[in-house]
Design a protein around this ligand. Structure first.
Ligand code: FES
Length: 150
């Protein structure tokens, strides 16, 4: 399996999103490049996230279509829009061994390391080896942006 175009390799197998956000917060208002993957079968393309002064990851709501998911590699965040106007976000750190859940297949989020699959709407594990789901993050809509906080 290959890494999506525009997505960086996971910076560390064991670095959590929280750790990365702290690092990103140290350079607040400096945009972080990110890759995105569309869960509805679109080809991966480059996108970007930025960091608010309080450390929130800021992404355009328009990045994620209804029924799709977007993966932000540097922030290690996945955003999904399961129903129109309803956004959910997850820490992309796989609960199995810490890889970043960066792919999709068959409408599910897929960890490229050992094949765990997760429901893009709930983050629940659908198929192991992971035994627990992804960690949900808070999402608020502000204008056309999503503010994602852990
Ligand atoms: S680290 Fe994700 S399935 Fe093993």
């Amino acid at each position: 399996m290959t890494e999506p175009r525009g997505a960086a390799a996971p910076p560390s197998c064991c670095a959590s999103r929280r750790q990365l956000l702290r690092g990103a917060g140290a350079v607040s208002l400096v945009g972080a490049s990110a890759g995105l993957v569309s869960a509805c079968g679109g080809s991966p393309s480059a996108s970007s996230a930025s960091t608010a002064p309080d450390g929130a990851v800021v992404v355009p709501a328009s990045d994620t279509a209804v029924g799709a998911s977007t993966y932000y590699a540097d922030a290690r965040v996945i955003v999904s829009q399961p129903e129109e106007g309803t956004f959910v976000a997850f820490d992309s750190t796989c609960p199995h061994q810490g890889c970043s859940v960066s792919d999709t297949e068959g409408g599910e989020l897929l960890c490229p390391c050992h094949g765990s699959r997760f429901d893009p709407a709930t983050g629940d594990v659908v198929h192991g080896p992971a035994t627990t789901g992804l960690t949900a993050l808070d999402v608020t809509v502000e204008g056309g942006d999503l503010m994602v906080r852990g």
